[in-house]
Ligand binder design. Structure first.
Ligand SMILES: [Zn+2]
Length: 454
């Protein structure tokens, strides 16, 4: 009997990555992410999985971003007893990200209950900070390039994917088949991360397609961000920069440090990093030297370029300051976190600026801002958008269509089947067409919930 794969997430969307691989009544999940964005997507987080968590033997995690890892505390709460295999970098990041995710969900539920705008009474968190903490002992670190056995007779190996600290592609061997999961692929010219390792030979490939229909501009973050912040400082405004606490926050900080060192920014322009998660992640760069491009001096410069705001009181004290200043805060798509308070305060003034630094999934506030909507809804209130909104695509941590194609093309010979995943439908379909026409491999975009033989 051949093995099968079920697409439980990350098919026709960029979020909720979850691929169930089954063979002879044994099963594992590759990635275990939360759905984010539109409500109908978020509702999928509440729907039961087709397999009860107690019958899943292992989870293999490609990286720590919540759209890949954020469902793990719920899986454990609902009876998953196996190991979560991940690289050391991913494990360190999950210790930061998952408890915070539980905390945010508790806060959102409490806020909805206090203000009575939830249709559910009472609104409940998907899981709590405590649930997340209790899931962490099931993690097991696996080093890059070293085979391990997640289930007896199944073999797996991680290799570097660029993207963020700890991020990996995964090669899985089961029932005589080799399946390669690209994970989120970094770009070869990323400011922080090394280029992704070339793909090993496989029979089946799952490849991400976040930017499958786009090419990144040649501009470097350095040359985009510098002039923007100059303009902002001149008019005395405040820049609110929603950042992914892991990855983009550090890329922006590193670039600001470079701009300051090169004399390209007004010396006195205050920079604030208002995200405990991003602060802790920044500190991890020193622990994981060699897994990224930065020298120790660059790590220290990135660390000292901003004033770090850990406590809620420090965060609130920003509201009494006047511009110019730059506030980096999570979350990167403005779906929650401290950045919401700053947006509510600053987005109504035309002197101010919102700088979007990464992919904005449809249905998020970030996507509304990017598409030029005149109002956004924050904490149940409509807020007028008068600030200048800028999206800088050079900050992306994902390979673009050309870069994904040239990564794939480095595989020694054609695989039997490619599944194009982790993209909005248009992006996935464009990449599928390019794979079929330009390198002449068999490629499909699987439907959510589809089951295929491996
Ligand atoms: Zn990611």
């Amino acid at each position: 009997m051949s093995a099968t794969i079920t697409f439980l997430g990350g098919a026709d969307t960029v979020t909720g990555s979850k691929y169930l691989v089954e063979h002879k009544r044994q099963r594992l999940l590759v990635d275990c992410g939360l759905f984010q964005g539109y409500k109908q997507l978020r509702l999928r987080n509440w729907a039961p999985l087709p397999t009860v968590p107690g019958q899943i033997d292992a989870v293999l995690l490609t990286h720590a971003h919540l759209d890949h890892s954020g469902y793990i505390p719920l899986l454990v709460k609902e009876g998953f007893k196996g190991r979560v295999h991940a690289t050391p970098g991913t494990l360190d990041l999950c210790k930061i990200l998952l408890p915070d995710s539980g905390h945010i969900q508790e806060e959102d539920a409490a806020f909805a209950n206090r203000h009575g705008f939830s249709k559910h009474a009472p609104a409940l968190p998907l899981y709590t900070k405590q649930d997340a903490l209790e899931s962490l002992p099931q993690f097991q670190a696996e080093h890059l390039g070293v085979w391990f056995e997640p289930i007896r007779g199944w073999k797996a190996r991680f290799q570097s994917a660029g993207h963020i600290l700890g991020a990996a592609s995964l090669l899985l061997e089961v029932a005589g088949r080799r399946v390669l999961f690209s994970g989120d692929l970094g770009r070869p010219d990323d400011v922080l991360m090394n280029p992704p390792e070339p793909p090993p030979q496989a029979d089946t490939v799952l490849v991400e397609s976040t930017y499958g229909n786009r090419q990144h501009p040649q501009d470097k973050l350095f040359s985009e961000l510098g002039p923007l912040l100059h303009k902002l400082a001149k008019r005395g405004g405040v820049a609110v920069v929603p950042v992914f606490a892991v990855g983009r926050a550090q890329a922006v900080l590193h670039t600001i440090a470079q701009l300051k060192a090169a004399g390209e920014l007004p010396r006195g322009l205050p920079i604030f990093l208002d995200s405990p998660m991003a602060i802790h992640t920044t500190a991890l760069f020193e622990k994981h030297m060699g897994e990224h491009r930065l020298s120790l001096a660059e790590v220290h410069a990135m660390d000292s370029v901003a004033t770090m705001l850990e406590t809620p009181d420090q965060s609130k004290s920003l509201a009494t300051r006047h511009g110019p200043m730059v506030i980096l805060a999570a979350s990167g798509m403005a779906t929650g976190g401290r950045v919401l308070h700053h947006l509510a305060q600053y987005v109504g003034d035309h002197r101010n600026m919102v700088i979007l630094t990464g992919f904005q999934a449809p249905g998020t506030r970030g996507a509304s801002l990017a598409s030029g909507q005149s109002h956004i809804r924050i904490h149940g209130q409509d807020v007028a958008v008068r600030a200048e909104v800028v999206q800088i695509e050079s900050a992306s941590a994902h390979a673009d269509g050309n870069q994904v194609l040239s990564w794939l093309h480095r595989m020694p010979s054609a695989p039997g089947q490619v599944y194009v995943v982790h993209g909005e439908r248009e992006a996935s379909d464009m990449l599928r067409q390019r794979i079929a026409h330009e390198i002449k491999w068999r490629a499909v975009v699987p439907e959510h919930g589809a089951v295929w033989p491996l």
